[in-house]
Design a protein around this ligand. Structure first.
Ligand code: CA
Length: 675
C-alpha cells in the first residue's frame, strides 16, 4: 500500500513538473478547497491522496450537519482556514467547523417565498465564494451579499437584477481581480441574460455584459450588441431572448481571460423568438471576457439558433494538454447539446468536438466552420423525438479532470424528448414560456421516448473517446470529484455515495446515505486527516417529474478514514389518500385547456400532471375548501406569503376554471386509487 501511495505522490510530482500551472492561485493550497472548482481552472481535482484506491475501504462518516430544509441542495462547499462555508435552499449560508461539524454561524437572507415561482428548477444555490476574509453569495431574489467570514455579519448587499422581472440567482459567484462575478437565471421565464462584476470591497457595479441584444429602439449598449442584433430577427427583445449566465464561470490568470457559459433562448422554440432564424448571438456560447472591463475577446457558439434548451452553462475546465504533438491551453465543456468540446482558450479556436452521448439533432461538428451539421428534422417543423432532450447529455452537475489519468469524469445522461411547436403559444408570467407543445413530450404518436439513463462517464479529451462508463440506477445523479488517490467520488439519485478507481472505474467503496445526492463532493485535509464532504438532498429540475420523491432532509455529510459516526435515518411519512369530493362535469376541451395551461404555469413547482415532487404542495391533496377559494388563491394571491404568487397577469378566467377542472380530475384519480 505504501508503495502505491508513494507512486501516486511521485506521479503527481511529475505531473506538477510537466504541467506548469498558470498562476499562484491556480496552485491552490493542497489541503484546502478555496475556490468553487478548487482552482481557477475549475478542475475539481485535489492532489490529496491519504484516502486512495487502497485505503478508501476504511472510509466512514466523520460527522454530519442537518440543514433543516427539504428542498434541493446543489452547493459545492469552500474550505479555508479550517472553516467550511456552504449554502443551501433559499440561499441560506452556513459556516461550519470543518473538523467537527459545529455550526459557527448561519445567514438567512430571508428570500420572499413567492420568489420560488421564478426559479425554473427549485430554490437551490450552488455555493459561495470566500476572499480576503469575506464570504460572497448570490441570493435567489437577485441580491449579491458580502458577509464577514468570521461572524456572518452583512458588510454590503447589492441588488443585481430588476426584481420585478423573473430573474433568480442560483449560481456561485467567482472572485477575479478583486471583482465579484455573478450571473443569473430565468431563461425559461422570459428574461435577457447578462453577467456582472461588482467591486469586492464596496459592492458597486464595475461592469455588465449582456449576452443578447436588447430593444434596438433604446440603443445598443455596445458595438458588440449592435453586431449581435444582426443575428436576430423579429421582436426578440419582447420575450427577453435568454442567454442567461446561471452557472459556469472560470478564469485563466495568465491569459487574464474570464470564461462565461451562456444559456438557452427564451422562449426555447426559435420560431417564436427569432422567426426568420439567425444564429442568435450569444445564446449557448462560451465567451472570453476581460475581467477588468467586461470587454469581449472571443466567443464560440455551441448551438447557433438554439431551439432545444441546449445551454452552454455547463462547467468549463481549463487544462494544458498535448494534442497532435502541440502543447495546447484548452477549455473543455460537455454542454447539454451532447458534444464534448475542446477549445484553444487563448483564441477560442475549436480543436476537437465529438458526441459524448447519443445525439440525433446533429450528425457532427464541421471542423472548418466550427458549426454543428444539423439533422433535417432537428427543428421540429413536425413533432420529433430528439436526443439529447432539455435535460441535456450533461446538466449542471459539475464534471472533474484528473491530470494523473488524463480523464474527464462526466455525470452523463442519455435522454430523449418529444419536441413539438406550440401553435397556441402565449407568453405570460409567472410560469414557463417555452413554445413547446407539452402534449408531445412523451413523443408524437407511434414514437417511443425511452426512460432516461444516467451514468458516470470517463472521457479522454485528447482522443475524444470514452475510456470507461458506469451506468447508474437513476438518471439524476451528483457532480464528480477526482483526487490524487486515483479516485472519483460521485453521489447518486439512489442515495448511495460511491468511490471508483479513477483509472478503471472499478467501484472501491460505497455507502447508502438514505437521501439522493445531486451536489458535487469536495475534499480537504486538516492535521493530517483527509476529509471528503458532500451536500445530500434531492431537488432541482428532476423533482418536477418525480411524483413520489425520496425522503429529503438536507444534510452535509463529511467522511474520513476510520470515521464511525452514525447517520440518523430519515423519517418517511406515508401519505393517506385524500377523501373524495364532488367533481363537476367538464368537457374534453376544458380538460385539455386545463392540462396545457397547467403545464405552462403550474408544473414547474407543482409537478408534472399535478403530481408534485415536493417543490410545492401536491395539488391532488388539496381539501375541498381550497377549491372553493381557487380564485382568491390563484388570482388574488391569498397565499403569497407562503410562496404562491398571484397569477392575475398570466391567466384568463376560463384558463383558471380549466386548471381547476383538470386538477379536480387528477385528484379524483388519486382518491379512486387509479393514480
Ligand atoms: Ca434552460
Amino acid at each position: 500500500m505504501l508503495t502505491r501511495l508513494v507512486s501516486a505522490h511521485a506521479a503527481l510530482a511529475v505531473m506538477i513538473a510537466i504541467v506548469p500551472l498558470a498562476s499562484p492561485r491556480a496552485q491552490a493550497p493542497p489541503n484546502d478547497w478555496p475556490l468553487h472548482g478548487r482552482v481557477e481552472g475549475e478542475t475539481r481535482f485535489s492532489p490529496l491522496a491519504r484516502i486512495n484506491a487502497d485505503t478508501v475501504k476504511n472510509l466512514g462518516l466523520a460527522w454530519s450537519f442537518t440543514t433543516g430544509t427539504t428542498r434541493g441542495l446543489e452547493a459545492t462547499p469552500i474550505v479555508t482556514n479550517g472553516v467550511l462555508y456552504t449554502s443551501g435552499s433559499w440561499s441560506v449560508v452556513y459556516a461550519i467547523d470543518a473538523r467537527t461539524g459545529r455550526l459557527l454561524w448561519k445567514w438567512d437572507p430571508q428570500v420572499p417565498r413567492a420568489t420560488g415561482a421564478k426559479a425554473c428548477c427549485d430554490v437551490v444555490n450552488r455555493g459561495v465564494a470566500v476572499h480576503r476574509g469575506r464570504v460572497y453569495v448570490g441570493t435567489l431574489d437577485g441580491r449579491l451579499a458580502s458577509l464577514d467570514a468570521e461572524s456572518g455579519k452583512v458588510l454590503w448587499q447589492s441588488v443585481t437584477v430588476d426584481q420585478e422581472q423573473n430573474y433568480t440567482i442560483t449560481g456561485a459567484p467567482r472572485i477575479v481581480r478583486n471583482k465579484v462575478i455573478i450571473g443569473n437565471g430565468g431563461g425559461e421565464l422570459g428574461v435577457r441574460g447578462y453577467v456582472s462584476a461588482y467591486d469586492a470591497d464596496s459592492g458597486t457595479l464595475a461592469w455588465r455584459f449582456y449576452t443578447v441584444p436588447g430593444d434596438p429602439a433604446k440603443g445598443f449598449e455596445s458595438p458588440v450588441m449592435e453586431r449581435a442584433a444582426k443575428t436576430w430577427t423579429g421582436e426578440w427583445w419582447r420575450q427577453g431572448g435568454g442567454g442567461t449566465v446561471w452557472d459556469s464561470l472560470s478564469y485563466d490568470a495568465e491569459l487574464d481571460l474570464l470564461y462565461v457559459g451562456t444559456g438557452n433562448g427564451s422562449p426555447w422554440n426559435q420560431r417564436l423568438r427569432s422567426p426568420k432564424g439567425g444564429d442568435n448571438l450569444y445564446l449557448s456560447s462560451i465567451l472570453a471576457l476581460r475581467p477588468e472591463t467586461g470587454e469581449l475577446v472571443w466567443h464560440y457558439q455551441t448551438t447557433p439558433g438554439e431551439s432545444w434548451d441546449y445551454t452552454a452553462t455547463q462547467h468549463m475546465i481549463l487544462a494544458d494538454l498535448t494534442i497532435g504533438g502541440r502543447a495546447r491551453k484548452v477549455l473543455m465543456q460537455a454542454p447539454k447539446n451532447g458534444f464534448f468540446y475542446v477549445l484553444d482558450r487563448t483564441t477560442g479556436e475549436l480543436i476537437s468536438a465529438a458526441p459524448y452521448t447519443e445525439v440525433t439533432w446533429a450528425s457532427g461538428i464541421d471542423m472548418k466552420t466550427g458549426r454543428p451539421i444539423e439533422s433535417p428534422q432537428a427543428r421540429y417543423a413536425k413533432p420529433e423525438v430528439i436526443k439529447p432532450g432539455p435535460f441535456g447529455g450533461h446538466n449542471w452537475q459539475p464534471m472533474s479532470f484528473n491530470p494523473l489519468t488524463g480523464l474527464v469524469y462526466i455525470p452523463a445522461l442519455d435522454a430523449s424528448f418529444g419536441y413539438a411547436d406550440d401553435p397556441t403559444f402565449k407568453p405570460g408570467s409567472p410560469g414557463w414560456n417555452l413554445g413547446i407543445d407539452f402534449a408531445m413530450v412523451a413523443g408524437p404518436p407511434g414514437t417511443v421516448v425511452k426512460p432516461p439513463v444516467g451514468s458516470l462517464l470517463a472521457w479522454d479529451p485528447i482522443a475524444q473517446k470514452a475510456r470507461w462508463r458506469v451506468t447508474h440506477a437513476t438518471m439524476w445523479n451528483g457532480g464528480t470529484l477526482t483526487t490524487g488517490g486515483n479516485l472519483v467520488f460521485q453521489g447518486g439519485g439512489d442515495g448511495r455515495f460511491v468511490a471508483y478507481r479513477a483509472d478503471t472505474g472499478a467501484q472501491v467503496w460505497d455507502m447508502n446515505v438514505g437521501s439522493a445526492i445531486n451536489a458535487a463532493p469536495i475534499t480537504y485535509e486538516i492535521d493530517n486527516t483527509q476529509y471528503v464532504a458532500v451536500m445530500a438532498g434531492y431537488g432541482g429540475a428532476m423533482r418536477i417529474g418525480t411524483p413520489e420523491p425520496p425522503p429529503v432532509q438536507g444534510r452535509l455529510l463529511v467522511f474520513r478514514l476510520g470515521g464511525n459516526a452514525r447517520l440518523a435515518p430519515l423519517s418517511t411519512e406515508a401519505r393517506t389518500r385524500p377523501a373524495a369530493i364532488p367533481v363537476p362535469a367538464a368537457s374534453a376541451d376544458t380538460l385539455m385547456l386545463g392540462a396545457i395551461t397547467y403545464a405552462r404555469r403550474c408544473m414547474a413547482c407543482h409537478g408534472a400532471e399535478a403530481a408534485s415532487g415536493g417543490l410545492a404542495p401536491d395539488l391532488r391533496y388539496s381539501q375541498a375548501i381550497t377549491f372553493d377559494r381557487y380564485d382568491q388563491i390563484v388570482m388574488g394571491g391569498a397565499l403569497a406569503a407562503r410562496g404562491m404568487p398571484s397569477f392575475k397577469q398570466a391567466l384568463m378566467d376560463n384558463e383558471l376554471a380549466a386548471i381547476k377542472a383538470y386538477v379536480l380530475t387528477r385528484r379524483a384519480l388519486l382518491t379512486q386509487g387509479k393514480d
